[in-house]
Write a protein that binds this ligand. Structure first.
Ligand SMILES: NC(=O)C1=CN([C@@H]2O[C@H](COP(=O)(O)OP(=O)(O)OC[C@H]3O[C@@H](n4cnc5c(N)ncnc54)[C@H](O)[C@@H]3O)[C@@H](O)[C@H]2O)C=CC1
Ligand SMILES: CC(=O)C(=O)O
Length: 309
């Protein structure tokens, strides 16, 4: 789907490391926005990525792409934050909190100096907590501060279920909710193909979920970082916003009185359109799922309490 809007759509990507650069390249190839701006604390890195992509213009579409600065946020529809440290082998996402929360002060202040109307889309880990930090520091309404949440985890889950059932993952409806991290949980009670139960044995279910939850550790051990699938997940969210799709995506959003959980960001099925997160879908959890969902929220709230917001 190419962008057909009259007015230029601008997406700014802050942080042009593995995630930011791959996301920008995905958006560039798929012509999701008419303008793409790359910002990095290491401006040389952003310049290099922009030059490298622009040299592909004779073979790709007509996206205008440049390495910019925060003043370019002024006309941005979406600002993606992928800046900051990633996990070293053995580190959890929560281990990144202090390091990455420290740079969010500056990043959010710089964005809001120029932009009060766009949508902030956070990828930096721990993504749920940093989305909450972005909400508090930006003063934006919650619908316009979104985390990538468990969209990536749900994609991994669908891939692994697809492998097990020999069915295309696009035909599988299955959700991972909660933290994008170690306390996430699978909603087996809602998983289906065309409304039909998946009929997967308990041992296979456990194996599929463990491989989903540990996928990032596995990839980071093997190649140092993850980038391709998260870039596609961010692209999916961006399309749903720019094309006003109203797609249901497991993004991280502020929850209020939701399955006993309030004032925390978690990944849940949400309707995403031009306004950002338009609505969170009410999902019916069984007793075990509800307990695990609430435990995931408690874990993140304890971490949030340790921050100065
Ligand atoms: N939400 C998700 O599902 C995923 C999240 N991530 C997270 O994304 C983040 C980025 O990961 P990578 O791209 O692999 O890291 P990276 O180290 O390759 O790139 C990070 C970039 O951020 C830049 N940066 C650092 N501080 C900055 C600041 N204050 N302002 C602007 N730029 C700054 C660095 O110069 C670097 O280019 C990590 O926190 C990682 O854990 C990674 C994969 C999936
Ligand atoms: C690094 C990370 O959060 C992921 O690939 O899931």
């Amino acid at each position: 789907m190419t962008n057909t809007a009259q007015r230029p759509n601008r997406v700014v990507v802050i942080g042009t490391g593995a995630v930011g650069a791959t996301t920008a390249y995905t958006l560039f190839l798929r012509e999701r926005a008419s303008e793409l701006v790359l910002i990095d604390a290491n401006h040389e890195k952003a310049l290099g990525e922009a030059l490298d992509m622009n040299h592909g213009l004779p073979f790709a579409g007509g996206v205008k792409l440049w390495a910019g600065d925060y003043s370019d946020c002024k006309d941005a529809d979406i600002i993606v934050i992928a800046a900051g440290s990633n996990q070293r082998p053995g580190e959890t996402r929560i281990d990144l909190l202090k390091r990455n929360a420290a740079i969010f002060d500056d990043i959010i202040r710089n964005i809001t100096n120029y932009n009060d109307h766009g949508i902030i889309l956070v990828a930096t880990n721990p993504v749920d907590i940093l989305s909450y930090v972005s909400l508090k520091k930006s003063g934006f309404p919650a619908n316009r501060v979104i985390g990538s949440g468990t969209l990536l985890d749900s994609a991994r889950f669908r891939y692994l279920i697809g492998q097990n059932k020999k069915i295309n993952p696009r035909s599988i409806h299955a959700h991972i909710v909660g933290e994008h991290g170690d306390s996430e949980l699978p909603l087996w009670s809602l998983a289906n193909v065309a409304g039909v139960d998946l009929e997967i044995g308990e041992e296979d279910k456990e194996d599929i979920f463990n491989r989903t939850k540990n996928a990032a550790y596995e990839i980071i051990n093997a190649k140092g970082s993850t980038s391709y699938a998260i870039a596609l997940a961010l692209d999916r969210i961006i399309v749903s916003i720019l094309q006003d799709e109203g797609s249901v995506l497991n993004v991280s959003t502020l929850l209020t009185d939701y399955n006993g959980v309030s004032d925390v960001y978690l990944g849940v099925p949400s309707i995403v359109d031009r306004s950002g997160v338009r609505e969170v879908l009410d999902i019916e959890l069984n007793t075990e799922e509800l307990e695990r969902f609430q435990a995931s929220a408690r874990k993140l709230k304890e971490q949030i309490a340790s921050l100065e917001l």
